[in-house]
Ligand binder design. Structure first.
Ligand code: WT7
Length: 657
């Protein structure tokens, strides 16, 4: 093991990246445990196709991708079968499982009713304060039908958008599933986002109703969701009704005629109420989830019922190797795509028991994660490198205090995992032997695309190889492969079932994903691939900042700053951070006559926090008198960042685009 400096530079007229990594290179290859390989879901599928060698199987899957996805789709319930597996007549738009009639919620709940699975625990809910409740699949079915009835009584029907702004409680999962039942797209907003973010998202998709809660708990603190929701709804004319689930029990103002308590309505709905799943088209919208891009306005990523379900189902089955007896815990909040695909949909379609955790890793103490693993005998844990890095600092004694022997597979997502954190995770959580699934994907991809399955040898810090049927590569701006060990842009060559279908209300923005580099899906990441075909993801090449694995747009932060009367101009960049991966630093030019004081700096940081949300709060703020700009007046964040990090600036002449 040694520390190396790596430097990759690439520039072009509209794409450029520069990364300097100071990282531990771990050259060892970690073979998978034999018993896991023998019993893995992927092994069984490979055998059914006549393979015992992954390499040969992967090559087969590229040539037979529709057979693979047909096989996966057949394991789910369809009201009416699909006609063709894939259509790509209107590039870059495409369809999967055309004319199939389907409902993802049916596959999460209804399918199990009357079978032994109905009495199995669907969710182990663990509150921030340590209280817990278990919900069987049957109980979730009842709860979901009740919520669906409440929504239906309010006139919510297929196609209507429903905003959800809730803590991690079972009613949240039931709300998501109830929307899916009705064919009413859900639009979940992370509870850590500010009122203006909630407002903008609801307005962008014309949400008809909002489901929220009086509040939620995180680390012993109350998040006043209803108060924030009130501010947002005041400027969202399309919202007809606000449903408020009581969770904290604190008194909240209820607007006459607009706000109603969800729990009260639910109690009035008979337990045997069934709101049948709407048999929607495969390509009908399941949800919108907003994510940050390089411009100011977040993008409403659209996912559909059929292909998304098939993709989540298959990747959960093969990457996490879920067996019906497994307890699965994805630590992500439902406000993020990880929560959608791998806390609710993927594991439910695999009939797993799922841990739903309201709190944070360090409350009441820094062994909270490990005590939850012990309490529920978790078999598979899926978390973020940030969480691992932050818990590493508390030492090896904390995990050692707990019985983690139930664990079989570990996972990470959201940002590159540095080899130090990878090794720590394996040693202290994975009893020095468990495989780590470093999963690369995005809000837009809907499902994991590059990741090991539990039968692959592992390289710390590498997300390893594309999953079956997925054709990934590293290319230059013209789409030419750069070859092994060279830095370039990460691309995917062919659509996959769970891929986003469009950006809500902005199909042109969707097209840019397939047009930036001709005819391939451009992910926005830089990567290298080694001679074994293993990928190392190096991070974003656009103006997206990854704070603790969460995605923020530079522009969103800058816009919030310039809305402050003291600020003339601002630039936001991500700076390498030992725990968070990146943190936000902002450079601020003040208006004429305004004094740069320490208290103003504090105020401006708070301003960003209030307008965008706590995650976006700048760790550093510097007052400057000028910022580098293109001739057309755009701030060159890349130059700002390179200067800040003492890196070469690259080819400035090509920056004026
Ligand atoms: C971006 C997408 C998809 C779940 C959560 C994030 C980065 C994601 C990895 C990984 C290195 C990763 C990329 C990607 N990313 N997973 N395993 N290794 N980087 O979803 O918020 O849409 O962000 O997260 O930069 O483009 P997201």
């Amino acid at each position: 093991m040694a520390h190396h400096h790596h430097h990759h530079v690439g520039t072009s007229s509209n794409l450029s990246f520069e990364h300097t990594d100071n990282i531990l290179i771990e050259e060892r290859l970690f073979p998978p445990p034999e018993d896991i390989v023998k019993n893995a879901n992927i092994t069984a599928y490979m055998k059914s196709k006549g393979f015992d060698d992954y390499e040969a199987f992967y090559r087969w899957s590229l040539a037979n991708r529709f057979e693979f996805w047909n096989d996966m789709a057949k394991e789910l319930h369809w009201f009416e079968p699909w006609k063709s597996t894939f259509e790509w007549t209107d590039k870059p738009f495409f369809k999967w499982f055309t004319d199939g009639k389907f409902n993802i919620a049916y596959n999460c709940l209804d399918r199990y009713m009357g079978t032994p699975i109905e009495d199995k625990v669907a969710f182990y809910w663990e509150g921030d304060d340590g209280s817990s409740r278990a919900y069987t699949y049957k109980e979730m079915y009842v709860l979901t039908n009740r919520v669906a009835k409440v929504l239906q009584n309010q006139g919510v029907k297929k196609g209507d958008r429903v905003a959800i702004y809730m803590p991690m409680i079972p009613e949240m999962a039931a709300s998501v599933l109830a929307c899916a039942r009705l064919g009413a797209p859900h639009m979940v907003v992370f509870g850590g986002f500010a009122a203006s973010s909630l407002r903008d998202r609801m307005n962008d998709c014309d949400a008809k109703v909002l489901i929220t809660a009086d509040g939620g708990y995180r680390g012993g603190k109350v998040i006043e969701l209803k108060k924030i929701a009130d501010e947002a709804v005041a400027e969202t004319p399309t919202i007809e009704k606000v449903f408020v689930q009581r969770h904290t029990g604190f008194e909240v103002p209820m607007a006459e005629g607009r706000d109603v308590y969800l729990d009260v309505l639910l109690n009035d709905i008979p337990e045997d109420t069934v709101v049948p799943c709407e048999p929607v088209d495969s390509e009908d919208m399941l949800y919108i989830l907003y994510t940050s891009g390089s411009t100011g306005k977040p993008k409403g990523v659209v996912h559909v019922h059929g292909g998304y379900a098939v993709g989540c189902y298959a990747t959960t089955k093969f990457v996490f190797d879920i067996k019906p007896s497994d307890v699965f815990w994805c630590t992500a909040d439902i406000g993020w795509v990880t929560g959608h695909s791998y806390t609710i949909y993927g594991p439910m379609m695999n009939a797993a028991s799922i841990v739903l955790f309201e709190g944070i890793p360090t409350y009441p103490a820094a062994d909270r994660f490990w005590s939850i693993v012990e309490k529920y005998k978790v078999n598979i844990i899926y978390t973020a490198p940030t969480a691992i890095r932050s818990l590493m600092r508390f030492g090896e004694e904390l995990p050692a205090r707990h019985d983690l022997s139930s664990l079989r597979i570990l996972g990470t997502v959201g940002e590159p995992i540095n080899p130090e954190a990878w090794m720590w995770y394996r040693k202290n959580i994975g009893h020095n032997e468990l495989p780590i699934m470093d999963t690369w994907w995005q809000t837009e991809t809907g499902m994991i695309l590059i990741s090991p399955t539990p039968i692959l040898p592992l390289k710390p810090g590498s997300a390893s190889r594309p999953l079956p049927t997925i054709e990934a590569d590293v290319v230059n701006k013209d789409g030419k492969p750069v070859g092994p060990e060279h830095g370039g842009f990460l691309i995917i060559r062919h659509p996959w079932p769970a891929q986003m279908r469009t950006i809500f209300g902005d199909p042109d923005r969707y097209k840019t994903y397939w047009e930036t580099i001709p005819d391939v899906y451009f992910a926005g990441d830089a990567a290298t691939m080694d001679k074994m075909g293993y990928f190392r993801i190096q991070g974003r090449v656009d103006d997206v900042i990854k704070v603790s694995g969460h995605r923020l747009g530079s522009m969103e932060i800058e816009s919030s700053l310039v809305s402050h009367p003291a600020v003339a101009e601002a630039a936001a960049i991500g700076k390498p951070d030992e725990v968070k991966g990146e943190h936000v630093k902002v450079f601020v030019i003040l208006r004429n006559g305004v004094e740069p004081t320490e208290s103003l700096a504090v105020e401006l940081k708070r301003h960003v926090r209030t307008l965008v949300g706590p995650l976006a709060t700048p760790d550093e703020l510097e007052f400057v008198t000028s910022l580098p700009k293109t001739r057309s007046g755009k701030i060159m964040r890349r130059v700002v960042r390179a200067r800040e990090l003492g890196e070469p600036v690259g080819d400035i002449t090509t920056l004026d685009v």
